[in-house]
Write a protein that binds this ligand. Sequence first.
Ligand SMILES: Nc1ncnc2c1ncn2[C@@H]1O[C@H](COP(=O)(O)OP(=O)(O)OP(=O)(O)O)[C@@H](O)[C@H]1O
Ligand SMILES: [Mg+2]
Length: 243
Amino acid sequence: MLAVHDLQKSFGAFLAVGQANLEVKPGEIVAVIGPNGAGKTTLFKLITGQLKPDSGRIVFQGQDIAGLPAHRIAQQGISLSYQVVSVFGRLSVFDNVRVAVLAHQKRLLNLFTPAARLAEKETWDILESLGLTAKALAVSGSLSHGDGKVLELAIALANRPRLLIMDEPTAGMSPEETQGAIALIQRLTKELGLTVLFCEHDIEMVFSLAHRIMVMRQGRTIAQGTCEEVRCNAEVQEAYLGV
Ligand SMILES: Nc1ncnc2c1ncn2[C@@H]1O[C@H](COP(=O)(O)OP(=O)(O)OP(=O)(O)O)[C@@H](O)[C@H]1O
Ligand SMILES: [Mg+2]
């Protein structure tokens, strides 16, 4: 579904991402791990078009998308759920999701489609599949941290992505919220046929959710494989796991 080949991005003289390689197959849940500053967020921004790579290839469903503008990449079916909250705090949960659904439909529907009505049904469907129905009318800014993250996920899903990219989806969550998020992401991949790429510092969370892991260090891919393969990799142990 996604193949990243030798991707490179510098900020001035600083090489933030260099020799990054990644492969994601349809239906997989793939994690990117690495210490602070390894280049994980930069890599995700390159894939979603918020940053332009200096060189390298990003092939999504057979097409090279490297350097395309972000809205074009979103149209192709890649959504990013942000590390930082991207929700309108004073709108209700329902309206936040509806705005995102409408933004997506505006790109797809013709003039004669009753977009507003369709958006309502779709909004309720998304809220229901994420367990947010009871909170639909709550002011978004009043949600708990965990529910706020689920709302961000709902907004990302409004784009009907094939590939969902999440930057630290469970950061700051309680252990119970993290367990709930893991179960939710697993269910969504099955029900919606989603493919998921995420990064996360909580290594236990990574091992319980990811099918495969890519390890970054100083912008470079140093390992890729199943959880077991990555756990046993000597360079990873030395660089990251500290054992
Ligand atoms: N816009 C920018 N301008 C200059 N340097 C940047 C910019 N964005 C990121 N960097 C640098 O690039 C490196 C990689 O940053 P990035 O945010 O991708 O790391 P990360 O792996 O996501 O880290 P974290 O785990 O802390 O989120 C860091 O050294 C960061 O300071
Ligand atoms: Mg980051």
